[in-house]
Design a protein around this ligand. Sequence first.
Ligand SMILES: [Zn+2]
Length: 266
Amino acid sequence: MKVAGYDISYINFGNFRLDGGAMFGSVPKNLWCKLIKVDEENCIPLATRCLVLEGFGKKILVDCGNGTKWDEKRKKIFNIQAKEPNQLGLDPDSVTDLLLTHLHFDHCGGISNSNGGRVYKNAKIWVQKDNLDNAKSPTIREKASYLEENYKVIESGDHFLIEGDKEIFPNIKVHVINGHTKGQQWIEISDNNDTLLYPSDLMPTSRHLQIPYHMGYDMCVDTLLKEKKDFLDYAVNKNALIVFQHDPDVESGRIKKTGEDRFGLE
Ligand SMILES: [Zn+2]
């Protein structure tokens, strides 16, 4: 697929699972269980679908999954089936830039190997400054999601700390949001012809299309709901293609408005 001068492909670094109740916040199970398969431990399967963008002399990877450096205990809890980039046809040395939406482990765990070294040795790492600061001193609630072995490699090599909304590469813009976690960013790849949006945890799966269907992990719900409504209106307006990072089977789709604050997928 080509959008705004970039050859774009999706790469799922491997599925994992999280508690279904936590993934749908205050939505009752008798509603969300109709949308997705739930296992005997009440967990739902989730992908770690990342973007590879090639164009303008760059090969940009957006997020990099859970990574493979997990102990058996945590591997089992989260049923982590992460693969190495090489196993998925991506040479890590060929990546020029690694753009991270935020530093929760399921988005950036692939950044480092078990020796604490960088996996993408030649890549410049891009993340919001606010999010790195947040990762370094998380609240008790987020401590389990921001792991030192991930964020500490960022400053050990080439990196750029983004401050605010910015076009960081030709036709690639980042938009800061703070409801899910402080300093998250969603990604827009667009020109006058077409737009692709990567909402990351603002809308993790296609099952989270309706505004109240958000995660229990979200730090500031009121902020998130407003940001999500703004995002959905923006997506409808641009007739943008949305890529769902965590959806186990729906990779992407375009959104239409079906009523007051109601949305459907095409
Ligand atoms: Zn997250």
